[in-house]
Design a protein around this ligand. Structure first.
Ligand code: ASP
Length: 330
């Protein structure tokens, strides 16, 4: 997975104009150059993270609170590592151990965290819109680590960085996203990100798992996986999000795999060098076969995890520049 990444400094304005947002709640509505700016910022952290000494102290003295109201493995760990590699004090609030279980309201929790003078908050919540609500109440920048079915912006960015490193420019790429589109915040963030950057995005799902208004997002819907795969440069598989389903959305996991599972035979319909992606956690043997998920030179699944730390370092650095009074950002 090598490909040159030409710096895009000529594509965005200098200083804080490159990323004027206070928070990172969604990729919908961001300009292409705002996204490119974050991807470019992450490149230096990809390099640092490959060194034995992975430390830059630019966030020393800052407190970052990761407040996770919904379970997470890789996103929580990735944000924690990102904050620590930049020298910040990182505190995790996991809902199972918090007063939220005692009935405290979301806003009371937010105000409590705010009173502790966090310099940035990273929030995951099971309800779409909850992270924006918190961002409106607190004084520091807020980063959305996934809110319900709405968005997971750092996942969209890390996927874009993974694709750029393997394939170069986005214009001219065909990217197929297949799986539980309806319940997937990862799909939504990726759709906004990749279409904004100029890629052609196809989405594929059984009819019950395809949002009714999907074409409004400038993607082409497919119900036949083989047709959706034809000539694709990137195949992104999504998990069936059973926890967000009320009722029966698929006939059976076996039937689902038969129609929408990524097998080696199916992958052959995409381009010969098509990249395979999955945000995790994977249901091996359902949406993706193990021999595809682990396919050397083609599977980017561990690269996605690696890019995740770099992207989160970039986002934490950029969003705290104002409070750190970095030149051009004060
Ligand atoms: N980890 C991703 C998310 O939090 C994808 C998934 O759970 O399937 O949305």
């Amino acid at each position: 997975m090598t490909s040159p990444n030409a710096p895009h400094a000529d594509r965005y304005p200098a200083g804080s104009a490159a990323f004027p947002q206070r928070d990172l709640i969604a990729l919908a509505g961001l300009a292409p150059w705002e996204i490119l700016f974050l991807l470019d910022e992450a490149e230096q952290w990809v390099e640092l993270n490959r060194q034995p000494h992975k430390r830059d102290d630019r966030l020393a003295g800052l407190t970052i609170i990761n407040a996770f109201f919904e379970n997470s493995t890789r996103t929580l760990l990735s944000f924690e590592i990102a904050g620590k590699r930049l020298g910040a004090d990182v505190v995790n609030m996991l809902v199972a151990q918090s007063s939220v279980k005692k009935g405290e309201t979301l806003i009371d929790t937010a105000m409590t965290l705010n009173a502790m003078h966090a310099d940035a908050m990273v929030i995951r919540h099971q309800s779409s819109g909850a992270v924006r609500l918190i961002a409106e109440k607190v004084d520091c920048p807020v980063l959305n680590a996934g809110d319900g079915q709405h968005e997971h912006p750092t996942q969209g960015l890390l996927d874009a960085l993974t694709i750029r490193k393997a394939k170069g420019e986005f214009a001219g790429l065909t990217i197929t996203i297949c799986g539980d589109i309806l319940h997937s915040r990862v799909a939504r963030s990726n759709i906004h990100c990749l279409t904004t950057l100029g890629a052609e995005v196809r989405v594929c799902a059984p009819p019950a798992l395809m949002p009714a208004d999907i074409e409004a997002l400038k993607v082409r819907p497919y119900y036949d996986f083989d047709a959706a795969l034809a000539g694709a440069d990137v195949v992104m598989m999504l998990r069936l999000q059973q926890e967000r389903m009320s009722g029966q959305f698929i006939p059976s996991p076996r039937e689902y795999r038969h129609l929408y599972g990524l097998t080696l035979d199916r992958l052959a319909r995409a381009k010969g060098d098509a990249l395979v992606m999955h945000p995790g956690p994977m249901n091996r043997g359902i949406e993706i076969d193990s021999n595809v998920a682990d396919l050397p030179g083609r599977s980017a699944i561990t690269a996605q995890v690696e890019m995740g730390v770099a992207i989160r370092m970039a986002c934490l650095d950029v969003l705290t520049r104002r409070s750190r009074k970095v030149e051009g950002w004060a």
